[in-house]
Design a protein around this ligand. Structure first.
Ligand SMILES: Nc1ncnc2c1ncn2[C@@H]1O[C@H](COP(=O)(O)OS(=O)(=O)O)[C@@H](OP(=O)(O)O)[C@H]1O
Ligand SMILES: Nc1ncnc2c1ncn2[C@@H]1O[C@H](COP(=O)(O)OP(=O)(O)O)[C@@H](O)[C@H]1O
Length: 342
């Protein structure tokens, strides 16, 4: 049996990968010894090449980085070259390490998700524990073969945010990319049903959707605001938000809390008279008649982005690009910036 080792995961557990069992005279003894070491069935090892994590004295089939099944003849591949072959002596060393109290405790903390040093009080919650998991954003991104980000669509009611969000999601889905849409209308049916369209409630709407916990250091962290889009981006998804988000300061606050570059603000620059002429829900008509108060663009302000990643405008010939054409512009940007690969 040959065992190769890769770089350690965040929990510092020993990682064994591409465990390979060859039918040889020494195999039974090797399998027995290895399976005893790892606490797993020798039968599971036979003839398989898998990736193992040694943790808490047990072996875990590791999902940190999915490894495609490899043929024997690609032993000289990049991946194999990066791994160094472990001798029996190395296996013995791992066993010794594994037996030591410190590694045991470290691994136990990592895999239970609990770090005993991080009990804190946050807001009204006392004595709470920050849970870390060794599966991190980069592992999820590797799995999904994409980079998590927030595509923030902003524009007047009727400018085409929801339509573009759907077109984008469809196109990306067809390319095998995982997206999730957070649409203002939809989120206000549930999570944000308690919010109105007063300025402070609009801000709260954006705050809940757009931002997140900021971890200041290993031991202290602030609950700065809500977190939905960031959670999705952290999950490795391309999160598309579709909200009027009329105030610059609220959009800036969301941008500031997302890792540099991961907030892609897209302004759908459709003039008020066009949106009003479209008026698919009849809301502009009601607002003009004074039956809806504080309607964006009528008697409530919309502050266009002062600088943003993408502006989708009316074309010179007066027409607008189709939703699919607009989606392609956004997708080209994502492609160019590397969000469509891990
Ligand atoms: N007063 C007022 N102003 C603006 N919009 C209003 C208002 N009342 C209801 N609606 C409907 O709510 C949708 C906008 O919700 P959002 O969550 O995107 O708004 S905001 O970002 O909090 O400003 C918006 O949907 P979209 O047309 O999809 O933008 C409207 O249909
Ligand atoms: N690129 C476009 N060109 C022409 N009409 C569009 C375009 N995108 C959306 N529309 C139309 O505009 C209206 C409002 O679109 P919608 O996506 O609901 O906007 P929002 O979500 O910003 O309120 C709909 O009737 C839709 O069919």
């Amino acid at each position: 049996m040959s065992v190769v080792r890769s770089s350690p995961p965040p929990c510092s557990s020993a990682v064994l990968c591409n465990v390979e069992c060859e039918p040889s005279a020494s195999q039974a003894a090797e399998n027995l010894r290895f399976s005893k070491l790892c606490g797993i069935s020798a039968a599971r090892l036979h003839g398989s090449r898998k990736r193992l994590v040694l943790c808490d004295g047990r072996a875990r089939w590791n999902s940190l980085k999915p490894i495609k099944a490899k043929d024997d003849d690609d032993a000289g591949s990049d991946y194999s070259r990066k791994c160094s072959v472990m001798s029996n002596e190395n296996v013995k060393q791992i066993k010794e390490m594994e037996d030591s109290d410190s590694l045991w405790n470290e691994n136990r903390a990592s895999f239970s998700g609990k770090n005993p040093c991080q009990v804190s009080n946050v807001g009204n919650s006392t004595n709470i524990l920050w849970h870390d998991c060794p599966i991190q954003k980069r592992d999820r991104q590797q799995l999904l073969q994409q980079r998590g980000c927030v595509v923030w669509l902003t524009g007047l009611s009727g400018s085409g945010k929801s339509t573009l969000a759907c077109a984008l999601s469809r196109s990306l889905h067809a390319r095998g990319k995982l997206t999730y849409i957070l649409d203002g209308d939809n989120v206000r049916h549930g999570l944000n049903r308690d919010l109105s369209f007063r300025a402070e409630d609009r801000s709260e709407n954006i705050r809940r959707i757009g931002t997140l916990y900021i971890i200041n250091s290993q031991t202290s962290y602030d609950l700065t605001s809500g977190e939905v889009a960031k959670l999705f981006a952290d999950a490795g998804l391309i999160c598309i938000t579709s909200l009027i988000s009329p105030y610059q300061k609220d959009r800036d606050a969301c941008r500031a809390l997302v890792p540099e570059g991961d907030f892609i603000e897209v302004f759908i620059d459709v003039p008020l008279h066009v949106c009003e002429a479209r008026d698919p829900k009849g809301l502009y008509k009601l607002a003009r008649a004074g039956k809806i108060k504080g309607f964006t663009g009528i008697d409530d302000p919309y502050e266009p982005p002062s600088s943003c990643e993408i502006v989708l405008q009316q074309q010179q010939g007066n027409g607008f690009k189709s939703p699919c054409e607009m989606a392609e512009i956004v997708i080209s940007y994502l492609e160019e910036k590397g969000y469509l690969r891990a």
